[in-house]
Design a protein around this ligand. Structure first.
Ligand SMILES: [Zn+2]
Length: 143
């Protein structure tokens, strides 16, 4: 028996998917429900989720429509890398849309907010675009 990490029910191991000898933490019905939910994720839904997350960090005055438009555009506003939505795992998170404050010292205003890939946002952190360029330039010769 195994306890599902999502619904908390105790179920036989046959109720869990296993890949490469590793049994998944969520039971089959929970796994399927989560997968279906991800596939149904709309740009508006993603925009709402990003804004809700941003509100925990800073005041947000940018509209959900502006964020949605940035997601529908389909690619990172800075790097041009194509967004990956509705998938998890290696690579997908790096290319998930996220919202970036162009000047990290200011709030999520209409002019200070852009939709970028998670990887760029992560690399920038509380720093500047120039910091990321410095990193990129240092890495390029190693390619
Ligand atoms: Zn479950």
């Amino acid at each position: 028996m195994k306890t599902c990490a999502k619904c908390g029910a105790q179920k036989p191991l046959t109720d869990f998917y296993a890949y490469g000898g590793k049994v998944k933490g969520k039971c089959k019905p929970c796994w399927s429900a989560d997968t279906a939910a991800r596939l149904l994720e709309t740009p508006r839904g993603v925009a709402n989720r990003l804004i809700a997350g941003a509100r925990k960090r800073r005041p947000v005055t940018v509209s959900v429509e502006q964020i949605e438009a940035g997601i529908v555009r389909g690619a990172c506003a800075v790097t041009g890398l194509p967004f990956v939505i509705g998938r998890s795992g290696t690579g997908a998170r790096a290319l998930a849309p996220s919202i970036d404050r162009i000047d990290p010292s200011l709030d999520y205003t209409p002019t200070n907010t852009q939709v970028v890939c998670w990887l760029y946002n992560r690399a920038k952190g509380d720093g500047s675009h120039e910091d990321v360029l410095m990193l990129a330039e240092a890495l390029c010769p190693k390619l």
